[in-house]
Design a protein around this ligand. Structure first.
Ligand code: NAD
Length: 352
């Protein structure tokens, strides 16, 4: 084994079924007594459950979390927070609601407790992406990292099957890119491969029987592992492309990850064959990029940028934007190479 550096990001993780019951104790553990509860209308049922458990500790609520964390939304929530002198943020939802909690924590220093309802993994990262005037910028800082995460499998039970597939592929993408990151190390490799194995096993079970709670538990566990990978090592081409497509062309986050992942893997495979072999092994297939594509297609996930509403004429600009600034990636990035990748993804071609 070679030398390595491993950086961990300290979060308190409560994982299980029915763990929402511990939320009030966890808020008290943070030394807080005045909660601002953050959510969005699609998760109103889960938010109501948290409200019940928190009782009179909740002093205010804000249910306007929006995709890509627009600063106008953060400023409105900040007004509510200040008006009610909240001393703690509790967020119920996917990456967008977590993003709002992180943006508020960055501005106020308040502690955060997150109850995730998707598999995005943002709850264990010190990273925040915010949108101002249509431009998305990303920053990383210890104040952004949530102090406590309460994973309750019950809170993912209502996540529609289609969203479960795309969100779990979003988690897979963190694990895949962690394996060929410049900072890759055996601790993170183990988490990444475990996450890939869990998702590959659980998703087909869930699609066949959306009420399978063991599959839901495996997916949520994988989401945590993958988010931990994302927090610990740098991401490459796949994340850069998805960030560009989401930010500049307003494509939906998890669906874009689902379409791009097999193609980003195919692009990088010639420069990271050993990693692809390990991924193939974890997926239980002979070839990782085409195996990933087949898994997604068999689960009914989106396979083309065309079906996500991207215009073919925008592909050259997307390729240019994604290669404008250099970043680490196993294989050299060229605008022509990336444009070819994007064309394949736009058409929904199966990697050879
Ligand atoms: P999301 O949070 O935007 O949720 C998508 C939609 O699904 C929303 O309408 C939401 O209300 C709804 N929803 C969420 N959970 C549900 C449930 N259980 N049942 C029914 N509906 C539900 O989507 P996401 O994919 O979780 O997060 C995407 C956002 O998170 C993006 O802005 C992305 O940039 C960010 N993100 C950040 C990081 C990071 O480390 N900073 C990591 C991953 C994602």
């Amino acid at each position: 084994m070679g030398n390595f550096v491993y950086t961990s990001h300290p979060s308190r993780i409560i994982f299980g079924t029915g763990t929402v019951g511990q939320v009030r104790d966890e808020v008290e553990r943070l030394g807080a007594s005045r909660v601002l509860l953050l959510s969005s209308p699609p998760v109103a049922k889960a938010a109501a459950r948290v409200r019940d458990v928190l009782g009179d500790v909740t002093v205010a609520e804000f249910d306007g979390a929006a995709m890509h964390t627009p600063v106008e939304v953060t400023e409105r929530a900040l007004g509510v927070l200040r008006e009610h002198s909240a001393d703690c943020l509790v967020a119920v939802g996917g990456g967008s609601t977590t993003g709002l909690a992180k943006a508020l924590a960055l501005r106020t220093g308040l502690p955060q407790l997150i109850l995730p309802t998707t598999y995005a993994g943002s709850e264990v990262t010190p990273v925040l992406g915010e949108t101002r005037d249509g431009r998305k910028t990303t920053q990383s800082s210890p104040e952004i990292l949530p102090e406590t995460v309460v994973y309750d499998v019950e809170f993912t039970r209502d996540l529609p099957v289609g969203m479960s597939v795309t969100s779990a592929v979003n988690a897979l993408a963190h694990a895949v890119e962690a394996l060929y990151a410049p900072q890759a190390n055996p601790v993170i490799d183990g988490m990444a491969l475990d996450a890939i194995r869990k998702v590959a096993r659980a998703l087909p079970v869930l699609v066949a029987d959306p009420s399978d709670t063991a599959a839901r538990a495996d997916l949520l566990h994988a989401a945590w592992l993958s988010g931990t990978c994302l927090a610990a090592v740098g991401m490459g081409l796949h994340h850069k492309l998805c960030h560009t497509l989401g930010g500049a062309f307003d494509l939906p986050h998890a669906q874009t990850h689902t379409v791009i992942l097999p193609h980003a893997m195919a692009y990088n495979a010639p420069a990271a064959q050993d990693v692809m072999d390990r991924i193939a092994d974890a997926l239980g297939v002979a070839d990782a990029p085409s195996g990933m594509y087949d898994l997604i297609a068999s689960l009914g996930g989106p396979t083309s940028l065309r079906e996500l509403g991207m215009a073919e004429g925008d592909l050259p600009r997307a390729a240019q934007l994604a290669t404008a600034t250099p970043y680490p990636n196993p294989r050299e990035l060229t605008p022509e190479g990336i444009e070819g990748l994007l064309h394949d993804a736009w058409e929904g071609r199966r990697p050879a």
